[in-house]
Design a binder for this molecule. Sequence first.
Ligand code: FAD
Length: 467
Amino acid sequence: MSNDIKTQVVVLGAGPGGYSAAFRAADLGLDVVLVESRATLGGVCLNVGCIPSKALLHVAKVIDDAAAMASHGVTFGKPKIDLDKIRGWKEDVIGQLTTGLNGMAKARKVKTVTGFGKFTSDKTLAVEGPEGNSTITFDNAIIACGSSVIDLPFIPKDDPRVIDSTGALELEDVPGEMLVLGGGIIGLEMGTVYSALGSNVSVVEFADQLVPAADKDIVKIYTNYNKKKFNIMLSTKVVAVDAKDDGLYVTFEGKKAPAEQVRYDKILVAVGRKPNGHLVAADKAGVNVDERGFINVSNELRTNVSNIFAIGDVVGQPMLAHKAAHEGHVAAEVIAGKKHVFDPRCIPSIAYTDPEMAWVGVTEREAKEQGLNIEVANFPWAASGRAIASARTEGKTKMIFEKETGRVLGGAIVGINAGEMLGEICLAVEMGADAEDVALTIHAHPTLNESIGMAAEIFEGSITDLP
Ligand code: FAD
């Protein structure tokens, strides 16, 4: 059955970028159609990304925290792992949020069309769906088709023992020996989950540090804290995987490479994501897509075709849900005739690991590369009452100030709750706050957030006697 639909705005892809754009456009009075090939709204983030990973990390945190209590006089028994129930918990979390999105779409009269959409011109989109095909004629389109996992050519593709992040979230079993290939945020988060559930986790990373985007000193604290939990191989790469009946035999090369092949029960490939720009027949609409699949946009999120916009992972790094959502709002507002551009001073990045790593604005490395005249203030959590009372003093809060003016240019935190704490530094960077603004703000005691105020006081010269 074919269905002809006319709309002012069609949004292709219902991830955080797409649904944010669709809802904002509808709120601004526009007629909106949201096209999504998955059965549920929410994209990668809600279905197989941010949200299910955090539901499983919550489970991991409780297991790890319970085990750590033994040294404070409370001993729990060995955890009994019921994978069906854990999976059920994760599915419930996803279900609550995707159902919520359906309700939000209905409340705004956003029409959702299930199916895979491809442009047929700069005014039309053909959608093939399980319940028939549709032709959508639009005034404006927003491409929000996201990204997909990257495969490696030398890793067996059809072996169920080789999984990507989506496979890892399915939590089929708890492998005895697991190799996480790629020491970025996603690999480390999933490694944290499997380690808490009982796997021996090894992490191999080609760069000389985990999470290469973050500053070395921040990552070093994370790495030291986890060196007993994970077998971490830096400056090392996997060059071959030999799939045998009794396991996956991996050959490594590099500085820390084991000389012999090593056997694993499962390999999680987490080496990054590629944009989906080549999947939407953008050429039929005249939209330029680069070789890698990224779509180039202006600060209004407009592609080279004036009525077609693009947002989220498909327009470039950082591939993060909050960036996609923010871009979605801008694109919708521009289409509605408002003056708006995407021009944030900073976009926060968070690894929801244990401890968490969070950073925003310029990193120390970037500041040096850009020749900025900066001063860095570090507040070690060994001096934080709250960190001591929580038995988690490994962390630190680092603030990066412009030397002459004291303006906050960036900051990074490693430690428990670092992700939640980062908001204060984001606001400081975005508002152009300086060290005095932060130092004179009364921070509640005893909180970990005090460390942000303390770092500003270090810059101001009023704290000099740190451990
Ligand atoms: P997506 O969420 O990728 O959504 C795109 C949607 O478009 C998909 O549902 C896809 O099915 C649909 N689609 C694509 N092509 C078509 C087509 N032709 N027709 C119809 N539908 C189509 N980010 C964070 O900020 N915080 C996190 O904690 C975090 N954790 C993550 C954990 C994991 C395991 C993964 C994989 C990612 C994580 N991310 C996280 C990244 C985050 O998920 C993405 O940055 C975000 O989802 C991008 O949003 P988007 O709207 O651009 O696209």
